[in-house]
Design a protein. Structure first.
Length: 292
């Protein structure tokens, strides 16, 4: 063991030794290096300076040692700026420069396939069914039925009732001769006016043009509800009264070969059987005017 080992241990940091297998921190390394330099300086000065020299020489030696230690420690505490290698500087400079190959032309994004049309997309105005749909023409008003002018000396009301008789008979399929018998019978029974009965006040609740007092006889044919011709409401309807009369006439065997008055009497059973004959020619004129 050297004489100066004791001195080194005194200046060594706490918790360390002078062995080479210790791994001190950066500050500790600087202190150790300062200690070695001091020891070298003392060795060199010891060879030149007499130990018995006055105290000023010893003090100067200590000052020089402390200055050397402080200088070395300051050098370790504030290292110089790191020096960047020349190759690294060139790489950084090259990286900072723009790539002429990539900047020399426009960058166009890669083409993408068009997105499929949404099935819920609303149709365009041109495809809208309402855009091309033509406005429906307004329906033309139905022409009013032409009223047949009165003939055979009848007034407007009588002629209208005669037309109702002819049309109801045609709907049944009755022949023309049966229509003439029906019109002639109505001329005799009611003078072609729709009668209500004073005996049956109920009959006056329906459209009527006159009031009679012949028992319970009502309507164009003066048919009686009590005889089974129908209800009061039915018999006040000209169309129904006509169908009731023709239904019986067409059931008479050979009616078309009978004189008009005989055929009418077979249906009506009137107290004046010969009275129908006087209306035959007028009735034929009315039917001709309606049917043409």
């Amino acid at each position: 063991m050297r004489d100066d080992d004791t001195i080194d241990d005194q200046y060594a940091p706490e918790g360390t030794t002078g062995r080479s297998d210790d791994t001190p921190s950066s500050v500790q390394v600087g202190v150790l290096r300062g200690t070695a330099a001091t020891r070298l300086l003392r060795t060199r000065l010891g060879a030149l300076v007499n130990p018995r020299r006055p105290a000023r020489v010893v003090l100067a030696t200590g000052v020089v040692s402390c200055l050397g230690l402080a200088t070395f420690a300051g050098f370790q505490a504030f290292p110089a700026d790191p020096v960047t290698p020349v190759g690294a500087e060139a790489a950084l400079a090259e990286r900072a420069q723009p790539d002429p190959a990539s900047r020399g032309h426009d960058r166009t994004p890669a083409p993408t396939s068009p997105a499929p049309a949404s099935p819920t997309a609303s149709p365009t105005a041109s495809a809208s069914p309402t855009a091309t749909k033509k406005a429906k023409p307004k329906p033309k008003p139905k022409p009013k039925p032409k009223r047949i002018a009165p003939v055979a000396g009848l007034d407007r009301m009588q002629m209208d009732n005669a037309v109702k008789i002819v049309k109801a008979g045609r709907e049944m399929g009755a022949p023309r001769q049966a229509l003439v018998v029906a019109v002639a019978t109505a001329m005799q029974e009611s003078k072609l006016y729709n009668y209500a009965s004073g005996v049956l006040p109920e009959s006056q609740n329906y459209p009527h043009q006159a009031v009679g007092w012949d028992h319970d006889s009502v309507g164009l044919f003066q048919q009686r509800p009590s005889s089974g011709w129908g209800t009061v409401a039915d018999l006040m309807d000209p169309a129904y009264a006509t169908r009731a009369f023709l239904a019986v006439l067409l059931e008479i065997p050979g009616w078309q070969n009978l004189p008009l008055t005989v055929a009418a009497q077979a249906v009506q059973v009137s107290a004046f059987p010969d009275a129908y004959a006087q209306h035959e020619w007028l009735a034929a004129e009315v039917v001709e005017a309606v049917l043409g």
